[in-house]
Write a protein that binds this ligand. Sequence first.
Ligand code: FA5
Length: 358
Amino acid sequence: MLEKAQQLKQQFAEKVSTATSPAELEQLRIEFLGKKGSVASLMSELRNVPNDKKKEAGQIINEVKQFIEKNIAEKGVEIAKLEEERLINAAEDYDVTFPISEEKGSYHPITLVQRELEDIFAGMGFSIEDYDEIVDDYHCFEALNIPKHHPARDMQDTYYLSTNQLLKTHTSAAQNAILKKYTSELEADRPIRVIFPGRCFRNEKIDACHENTFFQMEGVMVDKDISISNLIYFMKTMLSEVFQQDITVRLRPGFFPFVEPGFELDIQCTICGGKGCPSCKDSGWLELCPCGMIHPNVLIAGGLDPEQYTGFAFGLGLTRLAMMRYGIKDIRVFNSCNLKSLSQFENATFTQPEKEVK
Ligand code: FA5
């Protein structure tokens, strides 16, 4: 047994010294330590060893096994280090005479639409705010009149962190902080007018118009005597400026616990012209911008007196707006990193679809 063990050790040492890649190392591990490997077969020979020698033979095999395990681990580290050095050297090994590409980068279509909207709203006196992507339950739900166990939470399942925080499901998660931050505007007899774009995350079944990571742009306006008419005026202005021509929209009742009354503002699908296609789930319409009058409980949570102030809020689906603006048929293009698709929109203008759309 001792002799066989020594031979095995010798055999392994020779092979491992010539291994140069993780794949070769894995092959060696299977050959020597696998279920049907050399160590296992040596182990099976233990039953032929006399009882009084079994313990000693077992120890010898274990030592060989440990030797092989240790050497495989050390060789793995060595190979990884060599590979790292090779990559560094390859990176330094460039040709200074190589012609430089004249190709320019481009902005992501979401960035383009976001900037366009920021300009439009800035022109109407709105400030622009940025907000965290990781938030707590209070800001994402409770401050928005969505207590624990409220069914409205089912629509917004998200990714929870071990810190009790979560990835925000909607830009409304910033409403509470924005209302508190801008209280001084009301004290100075000026309205609160703020937009806050941001990335949102949901545990979503992905299709041509649903992503798990998408962008929204929230807006709030609060003052004395703000009404639904103000809300409709701002929505209309925004859409006509983005599309630079008439587009068909519809306003219908919608339920969100943080607004009362609440509405869904849908846009007729610009991909199919309202006929129905995968981009609009065959309905001809795309939910674009839910909105409504801010619920008194939300104003109270933001430190405002609902007897004195009223306001509207909207949560524009920025990613979907970019789809409609640029005629992008599938929402998955945005996160695809496919530069060929993403880099073609910088100078694009909006065109109504042809009559026949496949
Ligand atoms: C909300 O997120 C509300 N916070 C909006 C709101 C704000 C209502 C203020 C009232 C007042 P909703 O879940 O419907 O609502 O999402 C708003 C918009 O985000 C949708 O109309 C859609 O355009 C976009 N959206 C929602 N989920 C996705 C998704 N999975 N992929 C792409 N866009 C999405």
